[in-house]
Ligand binder design. Structure first.
Ligand code: UDP
Length: 326
């Protein structure tokens, strides 16, 4: 099979590319390297088993010509290219909206023209600021005001979902929507805010570990290889078409407890400090207090269940940072 992965040089995209290559696919990557890097694809490029089946195009998904060519030659499309990371969104508000909304619209348009099955990577951010758990795919959504730019990311992903579903309903385009919860693993950079690589790098360097706010906000975390298995499982399942699925971990932990676990596991003597949000972000920043998925829907369809627990995830991330740096 020929697979197009937009955002294929990114953290999740590069792991997906390797999984597709490992099962014998030809993989076409389209990535503008805004947050991704060619280094993420080095292993695949250096592996003689896979190098000849990996084709990397450094370009924007806003480039129609390139998108047309690649959508035309591939059988299926995983659309992962997006502006990601709370820090990146706040620093690049206009670009983020443009890439996330116009980019996805273009991907859908070309997939529709060529009748190619497409999986759209959406986000748990779409749920907004719920306090209840677990979050179910057809829950209502609650956002803050437009003056708080974090919500622009949620709203852009929401529009991506609406657009994908509209293509499905009006043209019969086979689309699958996946709401990814916090995903972690090797190659994820802490540069755009992601908490586990940031805290692990701080602990390993003996620097203060920066917990924002009161540290009582909670998350669940999924290992990237589990996420990749969920994505390929959904793409391969005819019952997934036209549907939305949560993909995430189930072990809820507060960020303060996470910081303590990371310092214990690294044997670090770094102090765990509480940093007020105002010191870390622009003053209009708003955090998500709680975010826990229900994964019953994907479990019922494909049998997916995350294999890697939080301690194992932390061990792998810590080992990766020790070996290669943050
Ligand atoms: N966070 C933190 N310290 C950091 C980075 C993040 O306390 O150095 C917190 C952040 O405020 C949020 C959680 O960790 O409550 C997860 O942040 P991340 O940016 O990884 O993902 P989010 O779930 O916010 O998209």
């Amino acid at each position: 099979m020929r697979v197009l992965i937009t955002g294929g040089a990114g953290f999740i995209g590069s792991h997906l590319a390797q999984a597709c290559l490992a099962r014998g696919d030809e993989v076409y990557v389209l990535d503008d390297l805004s947050t991704g890097s060619l280094e993420n694809l080095r292993e695949a490029k250096e592996n003689p088993e896979t190098a000849g089946r990996l084709f990397v195009h450094v370009d924007s998904i806003l480039n129609d010509q390139r998108l047309m060519e690649l959508t035309g030659i591939c059988d299926v499309v995983f659309h992962l290219a997006a502006a990601v990371g709370v820090r990146y969104i706040l620093d690049n508000p206009l670009l983020s909206i443009r890439v996330n909304i116009q980019g996805t619209e273009k991907v859908l348009e070309w997939c529709s023209k060529f009748r190619k099955k497409v999986l759209i990577a959406s986000s748990s951010e779409v749920y907004g600021k719920h306090l209840h758990a677990p979050l179910v795919e057809d829950d209502n959504i609650i956002y803050g005001p437009t003056s708080r730019f974090r919500w622009s990311y949620a709203a852009s992903k929401l529009m991506d979902e609406f657009t994908a579903l509209a293509y499905h309903r009006t043209t019969g385009l086979p689309v699958i929507i996946v709401r990814l919860f916090n995903t972690v693993g090797p190659r994820q950079t802490g540069a755009y805010g992601m908490v586990i690589p940031r805290l692990a790098a701080q602990a390993l360097a003996g620097e203060p570990v920066t917990v924002y706010g009161d540290g009582k906000q909670t998350r669940t975390f999924t290992y990237v290889e589990d996420v990749v298995e969920a994505l390929t499982g959904l793409m391969d399942h005819p019952g997934a078409v036209g549907e939305i699925f949560n993909v995430g971990g189930t072990e809820e932990i507060s960020i303060h407890d996470l910081a303590l676990r990371i310092t214990a596991m690294t044997g670090s003597s770094s102090p765990v400090g509480l940093i007020p949000y105002e010191s870390a972000f622009p003053k209009e920043f708003e955090d998500m207090r709680r975010r826990v998925p229900s994964i019953e829907k994907i479990r019922a369809l494909t049998g997916f269940t995350p294999k890697t627990g939080l301690d194992a995830i932390l061990e792998k991330v810590i080992a990766h940072i020790k070996a290669r740096g943050a």
